[in-house]
Design a protein. Sequence first.
Length: 97
Amino acid sequence: MLTAEDCRRKAGEWLRAAKEATDPNTAASSRHLFDKWTALALQIVQDPYSRRQPPAAMRRPADMAEPRNKTGNRDAEHVADVLRERLTLSDSDKPTS
């Protein structure tokens, strides 16, 4: 999670870049980014939801909590079932001699 301190650190980097820039456009862009990172830090500090600690164990939706097959892809398992069903149907359509 991005913290206000992370934003302040990035703002400081952009402020240094603005001071060291020799090109006026680069300096202006760096100051602009400094302002944006500073504003984001302030927003994080003022946001009441950012003060909450994340839950120890995030609850996952029920469909994600199901065990997966070996490949870890339930879609592949579904495709395999459809293919097996079609092969079974095509085998039963063959004439018997």
